[in-house]
Design a protein around this ligand. Structure first.
Ligand code: HEM
Length: 437
């Protein structure tokens, strides 16, 4: 492991987490709700924090899978809700752009006036996207996954063995965050004792809701500089050392790095940390919640661990940790009879595609041996399809296998707090107890 950089992190004892800061901000700035909100305006965060998003999406898929919302907290946008239409849009990256200067990848527009724009390849179009993605892709090959597997398994086992069997605890903090952060620390060769910094930074960097409040956005900027300074020191350590088999070293010593400036390097690092953080975390929480809601399926899995790889896909489908990605049309285009204009904001609702009944029978149910679970779109599709998918799948598979080893069953008590956002779809807190089967 790399040694911990020397950097002043004293503010951590007094600074709130992104979640706490946002919650505080909402208390003094309650959302101005329209008298009659458009039921199809699925950008409303409360639909997700109250788990009420299923009905409007089902209605849209049945009546108008592609439709335009003229007014919302994020301005006008197109809803794209069916599996087929989302794949279609993602297969046309020349028409539907991810480029940050056109609008980027979330329903919240980037801050146009900002001179602080970190370049990340998820928010780039070809050809730039291709070159930068190529820099990190080698860290996620099957061979690399085999190399990381033992370490991930060992850390996962240690985490599970530290859990209390005799009293309730928060699964999100003790398992989902802990394992995800550990996985990222291994990937980056990040100083182990300080790994929770990755969680702290990533929560600040990745929360699109924070852009609603200027003061929070400013603090976020400070956090990003701090993260940049920390990684700068790690980078220097690795720059002057022999290459090591971790992502940081791989990026530094790759050919395409010579074309990447420092801001791009930091931007892409943040992308990898944020990209792997909330998503994997919320898959782990989602599986605890979801299997408990379908006890027959849980029993099926407990009795037949060979189903674990398929169950991992099914739980990622069912949870869909990122509810949407956004594209911006670069030219006028007909999308299955809908008149999309250049500049229009097009929202691809993966969360809806993964419940599309024309593709997934009984789509709202978890079926651990569902034959086509792999057709889910939770990792996206096309040239931007998640580069870390294999790592996330590996971590989840190992978690289920190690739980099976210990005959460990997770029983949520019902005390739960969900993320209040239309981008990250997940859980802030979930109280659970453990039992043996
Ligand atoms: C891209 C989901 C785990 C890194 C994406 C996209 C989605 C996604 C939806 C955008 C796809 C598109 O636009 O078509 C997920 C989910 C995960 C997960 C659901 C876990 C269950 C990870 C992990 C990492 C990662 C573990 C890395 C450590 C990235 C990166 C991109 C990306 C770098 C940008 C790819 C590109 O633009 O070419 N992910 N992700 N993700 N993800 Fe993941």
């Amino acid at each position: 492991m790399a040694t911990a950089p020397v950097i002043d992190l004293n503010h951590l004892t007094t600074s709130p987490t992104a979640d706490e800061a946002l919650e505080q901000w909402y208390k003094t700035n309650p959302p101005v709700s329209a008298k009659l909100p458009n039921p199809w305006d699925v950008s409303r965060s409360e639909l997700y924090s109250q788990d009420k998003w299923q009905a409007p999406f089902a209605e849209m898929r049945a009546k108008a899978p592609i439709n335009k919302i003229e007014e919302s907290g994020y301005g006008p946008y197109w809803n794209v809700t069916s599996h087929k239409a989302i794949q279609h849009v993602e297969a046309l990256p020349e028409i539907y752009s991810s480029e940050v200067s056109r609008g980027g990848i979330t329903i919240a527009d980037p801050e146009w006036d900002s001179d602080f724009q970190l370049p990340m390849f998820i928010a780039m179009d070809r050809p730039k996207h291709t070159g930068q993605r190529r820099t990190v892709a080698p860290a996620f090959t099957p061979a690399e996954m085999r190399r990381m597997e033992d370490d991930i398994r060992r850390r996962t086992g240690e985490t599970l063995d530290s859990l209390p069997w005799d009293r309730p605890f928060d699964w999100v903090d003790k398992v989902s965050i802990e394992l995800t952060t550990g996985m990222l620390a291994l990937l980056f060769d990040f100083p182990w004792e300080q790994r929770r910094l990755l969680t702290y930074w990533s929560d600040w960097a990745g929360d699109v809701e924070l852009s609603k409040a200027q003061e929070l956005d400013e603090f976020r900027r400070k956090i990003l500089f701090e993260l940049g300074a920390y990684f700068q020191q790690l980078w220097n350590q690795k720059l002057n050392a022999e290459p090591t088999p971790d992502l940081l070293s791989m990026m530094i010593h790759s050919d395409s790095m010579s074309h990447m400036d420092q801001m791009e390097f930091i931007g892409n690092l943040i992308l990898l940390i944020v990209g792997g953080n909330d998503t994997t975390r919320n898959s782990m929480s989602g599986f605890a919640w979801g299997l408990n809601a379908f006890p027959d399926e849980r029993r099926k899995l407990q009795q037949n661990p060979d189903l674990i790889p398929n169950a991992v896909q099914e739980m990622i489908r069912w949870q869909t940790p990122l509810a949407h990605m956004r594209r911006t049309a670069v030219e006028d285009h007909d999308l299955f009879g809908n008149d999309i204009k250049a500049g229009d904001k097009v929202i691809l609702w993966y969360i809806s595609a993964n419940r599309d009944e024309s593709v997934f029978e009984r789509a709202d149910d978890i079926i651990v041996d569902r034959e086509n679970a792999r057709r889910h779109l939770a990792f996206g599709y096309g040239i931007h399809r998640c580069v870390g998918a294999r790592l996330a799948e590996l971590q989840l598979k190992i978690l289920l296998e190690e739980m099976h080893e210990r005959r460990m069953q997770v029983n949520p008590t019902g005390k739960i707090r969900r993320v209040h956002a239309c981008f990250v779809h997940g859980y802030r807190e979930m109280e659970v107890g453990l039992s043996k089967y």
